[in-house]
Design a protein around this ligand. Structure first.
Ligand SMILES: *Cc1c(COP(=O)(O)O)cnc(C)c1O
Length: 397
């Protein structure tokens, strides 16, 4: 039904040719969308590989084949949102199990672990993962999973995937990497020994801010089977319509990622010299404390830039209000640039203490750099920073 390209071809070719559907009826070049909820049996016990769309669907399978191929996994399951991918993975655990996660992971993942799964009897330790030894120190005999997000959100700190995976393996704990921020174009965790990679495909994989989705990619057949069972049992799988859109989006992934990273690098370098900017966090800057690890573990630095300004809430409002090219919005990874305040927006689900502990301040600003011309993005942000300053100078705050 679905066909796959030879995995020895280059990434840029596989992203276009893997996960195709051979349409013997009409020879359609692009994969057909099969919204059918159910598929007929030829006779008892015999069908064409699909029976019911929650369990499997040809359009979703095309996307799953493509994403498994790009990450180098044996199987992928596409889910309705990134959070449902997290939900499916956490259901591999049982009451009494212990999980170690980064303390500055995605706010929604933190909330799901800290508020929801903790009530089901699973114990979580949130640690600073810049130093892998913090993971070793936190291991207990009950540790069953280590959850890594790198670069972290929004501070773009890095976790050494290979080192942490080696530590987790001393206790046979499953390692998971949330690879949403870099995509397989810039980071391939399974090749570093990780067991499961997940994405919010809402972000770079789809890339056009017009669908929410997730994916879970497994390194081994044993894990893949458990994930398939769990996502079907829990009803987490993605609708064929959404899968079809994500499959269309992913075909241009390497080209978009290159444009995001080029723009982000230029914006980060510009902000580093700006008098109103107190600090810039971007792994592509030689001033990033883990620049060496970035060069070793990643093949590109991504499209998210975080920086700090010294202003109050009204100052932030003036800055955001003056911008013409950036929407004031959460999320990231689309072709258009977005700007937001982690303190007041994306990370509100964390307590003030947890936000402070993760290094987030009221003046922290996160930019998802789109694929617009970097010169225009720089000029627009410069105008915003001037608007923020101007009102201070005239005492209008
Ligand atoms: C957005 C995001 C998620 C959650 O995905 P949804 O599609 O919003 O459910 C998880 N992890 C990271 C890093 C994200 O950016």
């Amino acid at each position: 039904m679905t066909t796959d390209s030879d995995s020895s071809t280059h990434f840029g070719t596989r992203v276009v040719h893997s996960g195709k559907i051979a349409d013997t009826a009409f020879n359609s070049v692009m994969p057909p969308l099969y919204p059918s909820s159910t598929f007929a049996f030829d006779r008892l016990g015999e069908n064409k590989g699909f029976d019911y769309t929650r369990s499997g669907n040809p359009t979703r399978k095309a996307l799953e084949d493509c994403l498994a191929n790009l990450e180098g996994g044996v199987d992928a399951v596409c889910t309705g949102t990134g959070m449902s991918a997290v939900t499916g993975i956490l259901h591999l655990l049982q009451p009494g199990d212990h999980v170690i996660a980064g303390h500055d992971i995605y706010g929604g993942t933190y909330r799901l672990m800290h508020d929801v799964f903790a009530k089901l009897g699973i114990n979580f330790s949130f640690v600073e993962m810049v130093n892998p030894e913090n993971v070793r120190k936190t291991l207990t005999p009950a540790t069953r999973m280590v959850w890594i997000e790198t670069p972290s959100n929004p501070m773009l700190k890095l976790a050494d995937i290979a080192a942490i995976t080696a530590i987790a393996k001393t206790r046979d704990a499953i390692t998971v990497v949330d690879n949403t921020f870099l995509s397989p174009v810039f980071q391939q965790p399974l090749s570093l020994g990780v067991d499961i990679v997940m994405h919010s495909t809402t972000k770079y994989i789809n890339g056009h801010s017009d669908v929410v989705g997730g994916v879970i990619i497994s390194r081994t057949a044993e894990l893949a089977e458990r994930i398939r069972y769990m996502t079907n049992a829990l009803g987490l799988t993605e609708s064929p319509w959404d899968a079809w859109l994500v499959l269309r989006g992913v075909r241009t992934l390497p080209h978009r990622m290159r444009a995001h990273a080029t723009g982000a690098q230029q914006l980060a370098e510009y902000l580093s010299t700006h008098p109103q900017v107190v600090a810039v966090h971007y792994p592509g800057l030689p001033s990033h404390p883990q620049y060496a690890l970035a060069q070793q573990q990643m093949t590109g630095y991504g499209g998210v830039v975080t920086f700090e300004v010294d202003t109050d809430k009204a100052g932030l409002d003036r800055l955001f209000g003056a911008l013409k090219l950036y929407s004031l919005a959460e999320s990231l990874g689309g072709v258009e640039s977005l700007i937001e305040s982690p303190w007041y927006m994306s990370h509100m689900s964390m307590s003030e203490t947890a936000r402070t502990c993760a290094g987030i301040h009221t003046g922290t600003i996160r930019v998802s750099v789109g694929i617009e011309d970097p010169a225009d993005l720089i000029e627009d942000l410069n105008n915003g920073l001037r608007a923020m300053l101007a009102s201070f100078a005239t005492g209008q705050q």
